[in-house]
Design a binder for this molecule. Structure first.
Ligand code: NAP
Ligand code: MG
Length: 490
């Protein structure tokens, strides 16, 4: 029988979860993937390639071609030709059918995509299965619907596509970010050269296969794998009309400088350091779940992660007690196990960055808490981490860590928490937990954040625009707003 010890129910080891691994047998992975250019899978110039590994066990997954400047040039030329001759002149309702077909194919192959996403990136299968892959399909469905209705999105305007879009995405939501980029671009009649991140190219190349199967005309979507230099080649190519970038604020600044003075349009979706604010009238148990989801979802590799917790002083003890209790119940481990809550850190580099901040936080005088959990011997792991006794000036409060690390501060008044929440170079998202609708409306107008969630966190929908203020970038993805970066309105 369960016994109560130190405020916790102790069920003994017999009550632990048995492993429930998702089978990976049905997912096929080739030894080597080429670049997808002009409707064909081709080797990179000079046969250059790099490996992607599974961050949960260090196992080699496959080799991927490393695209040179010349390879990128070929991809841009193919995209330009397809733009002029096929895609921009195709009736919009025909374009819609292709986008719809891509959405359907993702749904049909969802199980395989989910497994591959978790293998390549380290995220729990529950998340890739229930969030990343369905949302990716939904983005294609949603924008397929817009393709032949653009005149209703922009009434009274003459609508033209922008041309060739260069799209560069990060490793935290590989397939989903590809969908966010591709779907609106295609719906508006643009062609694309897409570059996935170096550590997570697998589902982008699988998507290229799927797009090929959909019969999309050659050159409309081109996928080039590689490192930062491949991304830079896209940014600097003179025949690219638009850059859509999701990634760090540092690289975003490099891109903005590189395209200054050119004709290129840009959207930059950059970093964040969101405030998650808990008032004393909030439903506390629900808020604690929201804090957990806000920071530990996808190991905290989330641009809009609720990484700065602000708790009203009079409920601090209760919130922290419940939070620490809940952190102790999180299951950290094999991303393919359906029980897993927190998977592997995406790369050794990212783990080093996180560990650097764990050290800095302690040196700055913050109090660290990590639950006892046994971590696998191989791969990249970081337990869920809480820093108490932090202040606004601490680096762990100001800088994006991009890992499962939460800082806690308290506040007394509404004005105080608004000041504290806005005291950051970023402005991507925020969370507010309270029983009072008036408080929610007050805060949503005063928080400088692109998205503010109320009594929930990390909720995404294709109909809802997403994007930042300040150093979190500019431009919106999702919803009607997400069409704007891909059209010229005359
Ligand atoms: P990153 O280092 O900026 O990389 C993002 C992408 O840019 C990758 O494909 C990367 O290639 C490429 N890249 C690197 N250097 C480049 C250059 N000089 N020119 C052109 N492309 C270049 O970011 P990350 O570490 O992958 O991702 C984490 C960051 O993304 C976090 O800051 C996070 O907040 C942000 N993010 C923002 C959003 C949002 O919607 N606002 C969403 C998700 C993530 P390699 O992978 O090969 O280096
Ligand atoms: Mg990988």
């Amino acid at each position: 029988m369960a016994q109560k010890t130190e405020n916790k129910l102790d069920f003994g080891s017999k009550w632990e979860y048995a492993a429930a691994p998702e089978s990976a047998d049905h997912a096929s992975i080739m030894d080597e993937y080429g670049l997808y250019i002009n409707g064909k899978f081709v080797k990179a110039e000079g046969g250059k390639k790099f490996a992607s590994i599974n961050p949960s066990n260090d196992q080699h997954i496959a080799y991927f071609a490393e695209a040179s400047d010349n390879d990128v040039d070929k991809a841009v030329k193919a995209a330009r030709k397809a733009y002029k001759e096929v895609w921009s002149v195709m009736p919009a309702k025909e374009r819609a059918k292709y986008i719809f077909r891509i959405a359907r194919l993702i749904q049909e192959r969802a199980r395989e995509f989910a497994v591959l996403e978790s293998m390549d990136g380290g995220k729990p299968i529950r998340e890739s299965r229930d969030i990343d892959i369905p949302l990716a399909a939904n983005h294609f469905f949603y924008y397929a619907g817009w393709a032949d209705k653009l005149e209703y999105a922009f009434p009274g305007k003459k609508i033209e596509p922008v041309g060739v879009a260069g799209q560069i995405i990060p490793w935290n939501f590989p397939l989903l970010m590809a969908a966010w980029k591709l779907a609106p671009a295609l719906a508006c009649g643009n062609t694309v050269v897409l570059k996935p991140a170096e550590t997570t190219p697998l589902t982008a190349m699988k998507l290229a296969e799927l797009i090929h199967d959909s019969g999309l005309p050659a050159g409309v979507v081109n996928v080039v794998t590689g490192a930062g230099a491949t991304g830079a080649a896209i940014v600097n190519h003179p025949d690219v009309d638009k850059i859509a970038f999701t990634g760090s604020t540092g690289v975003g600044k490099i891109i903005q400088k590189a395209i200054a003075g050119t004709h290129k349009k840009a959207t930059l979706e950059l970093g964040g350091k969101a405030a998650n604010i808990i008032f004393d009238d909030a439903p506390i148990d629900q808020a604690v779940e929201g804090i957990i989801n806000g920071i530990f979802f996808n190991q905290g590799h989330v641009c809009c992660a609720g990484s700065r917790l602000f708790v009203q002083e009079n409920v601090k003890d209760e919130v922290l007690r419940k939070l620490i209790d809940r952190m102790g119940s999180l299951i950290v481990g094999d991303p393919l196990d359906k029980n897993t809550d927190v998977g592997a850190i995406n790369s050794k580099e990212q783990l080093n960055t996180i560990n650097k901040y764990l050290k800095i936080g302690q040196e700055e005088g913050a109090e660290i808490y990590q639950p006892k959990c046994s971590l696998p011997n191989k791969g990249n792991w970081c337990p869920p981490t809480l820093f108490c006794e932090t202040s606004q000036s601490h680096r762990i409060v100001q800088e994006e860590i991009f890992g499962p690390v939460l800082t806690v501060q308290t506040f007394r008044t509404v004005d105080e928490v608004i000041d504290k929440a806005n005291n950051t170079p970023f402005g991507l998202s925020a969370g507010v937990w309270t029983d009072k609708g008036s408080k929610i409306f007050n805060l949503t107008t005063k928080l400088r954040a692109g998205v503010v969630w109320a009594n929930t966190y990390n909720k995404f929908d294709p109909t809802s625009p997403f994007g930042g203020y300040k150093e979190s970038g500019f431009g919106r993805e999702g919803g009607l707003h997400g069409l704007l970066p891909y059209v010229n309105l005359v």
